[in-house]
Design a protein around this ligand. Sequence first.
Ligand code: Z15
Length: 833
Amino acid sequence: IESSIPAPLRDKWKKFAATEFSNKEEFQREVVRHVETTLARSLYNCDELAAYSGAALAMRDKLIIDWNKTQQAHTLADQKRVYYLSLEFLMGRTLDNALLNRDIKDYAVEGVSELGFRMEDLIDQEHDAALGNGGLGRLAACFLDSLASLSYPAWGYGLRYRYGIFKQEIIDGYQVEVPDYWLDFNPWEFPRHDITVDIMFYGYVRRYTEDDGSTVNIWEGGEVVQALAYDVPIPGYGTSTTNNLRLWSSKPSTGEFDFQKFNSGDYESSVRDQQRAETISAVLYPNDNIDVGKELRLKQQYFWVAASLYDIVRRFKKSHRAWTEFPHQVAIQLNDTHPTLAIVELMRILVDKEHLDWDTAWNIVTETFGYTNHTVLPEALEKWSVPLFQNLLPRHLQIIYDINLFFLQSVERRFPKDRELLSRVSIIEESNPQVIRMAYLAIIGSKKVNGVAELHSDLIKTTIFKDFVKIFGLDKFTNVTNGVTPRRWLHQANPQLSALIKEKLGSYNFLKDLSLLSGLEKFADDKDFQKEWMDIKFRNKQRLAKYIKDTTGISVNPSALFDIQVKRIHEYKRQQMNIFGVISRYLSLKAMTKEERAKQVQRVSIFGGKAAPGYWMAKTIIRLITAVSEVVNNDVEIGDLLKVVFIEDYNVSKAEFLCPASDLSEHISTAGTEASGTSNMKFVLNGGLIIGTCDGANIEITREIGEERIFLFGNLAEDVEDLRHAHRYGKTPMDPALKEVCEEIQKGTFGEPGVFAGLIHALTEGGDYYLVSDDFASYLSTHKLVDEAFKDTAAWAHNTIVAVSRMGFFTSDRAINEYADEIWNIDPVKVDN
Ligand code: Z15
């Protein structure tokens, strides 16, 4: 308010207000202006990167005008907002997405073409914004797209890592990690030099008694780091709503530069202190579904949470409402336990700074937060060592102890004398050292807890969180099945398919209401339509074949069945089972006569995905894939019958051309381990079929599209425990086909067998925790069914069309509407054009 222009001058101001380009010529003018002024280049000196930059800057200007309008409309509407706290936002590229969401791609393509460039080439210049590991971070990005497209007043809060997920190179068959420095030129962010927050670490708690006898706790004496806001505009599709993603960057606090040290000549140590501050937001931790418990990670979490809450509270305070109104104005969603400290920090703000009494504060907090759980894997559940935590955040530890005390007292009252229960649900685990169970804190401090697919939400209620269901009742626990944005994952990734669907349905309305895809089903047997449909698939496969040739030198036949598994490499996702299956297929082909071979379906097995740098088994799996590809691809007897490809550096922009090019994709996690999966949805939406286990969202996909259109195999989640038990007692002989595969590896067919000993050991002495042997026979026989099905092109076309027509449920718009109605209680805000 203080910084606004006085009312009498506003007409003048509005007369000069920035305007958006809205046709080809205006767009071109902006591109050239940016190339010539912002970039100081000219028509004699404009390469593709400069042209991309000019186009991106022009687009950015357009977005920021809409962004301003949106923020003003949201302030005026004064409605409840949702804040999505996520340590990861795996955004990928922006230019193409922004052009399509704003529906100006057609004239932009023409515009740059008249200036001498091909839009695809410019789009290809952009660096992915890769501030995430995998599914969890990409889900956050899809949710931002849906929140804006549905006009919800929503903000994302995250960290502005200087280095995103590492780039993967494959050198001599091994993964090598290369730093991803992506900020050289990033036109999509706006530094807000006026929006900073000082964040403290370490220090001590001083307790004193006020005149009225009340006790006050002051956390002080720690080191201070400054959080600086960077804003990223998020354009919705078919609306001018442009929401904000605020990313915090760390830097030395302005008060912090130690002039004492500087003047006394200790310049170096003074610089070191500064660098330490910058370290906080320097790098994304590259682990997916695994908790490592490093102090710097806890620092990142607190830094980000404290800056975000300060910002949220500041915005709330502007409206001069009573504190009890807070949950009516603010919903905060915790994307996994990573931001759980927000619960504690809000308590600290309300009790220590705003002097609310504990119960009032706790009521506000527990009405404000929602917690999404994304995994049941024990190794992924966050636990912080108490001594480490105590040192870094001493006041927060006290607050956690108090939350725990009051919680356990209430449990004790309801379930007297159940000591076992108390120790099971305590936030503090009595291990050595003691650890804080962040998921328990998140549950206790939230109004709602949700899983991300039906099976997963059932599992958390009956296994890892069952005691909390007993304590809080079933209503606190709910399911919101994940979804993906059809704008990026259909319209942008597969423009030809999107255009064909539009032609049939009459409009692009399906991109806003994906259930309209059902209108395709009546064309499923239309021969002309099937042909157009399969031709698009073929062209997408040709494009991938060319990419494979250009990047790996491997020639693949685009008519072969493309079988793709791309996702983070993890034992539970079982890429090892896939490659064992490939070896088994190779051995069968080798054993065949020429005549038999000629009858086989040609296949290309495509893998991609990063292994966490410290995850040795995952790296060994990559090594086996590359070793098998060396042998198989160079076997002249095999030729086009089988090719094996590892795509280097799988990321969002690679997913965009891989998803449209698959005939079959693999989602083959051990039942009960993959919370949802989201690439399964992307592949089916692009006209591919799935081979998969009864796990995560595969189950709901099956229910929607019909079991005739999915290749399910393997044991069920309910049987996993018994099967593991049987392995531990040596009661499970290895599957014979798998045994053959192991023997072939041990013979040295794929190089020095010692390299793969860990993988074999996991199946034998290791007790086959992921049940590869138990599922192997069913996996192989199901692949045989795939081969048979693929031979019948008309039936295949029919099935993929029907499957797509029934995928409406898996849009992230549906997921976001469920969150909005069931968890956040928020309504859209209309933003005028
Ligand atoms: C992650 O990517 C997922 C869960 C996690 O706990 C972490 Cl730390 C990272 C994934 C799940 O593995 C996947 O099944 C799910 O679809 C995705 O989150 C989004 O919910």
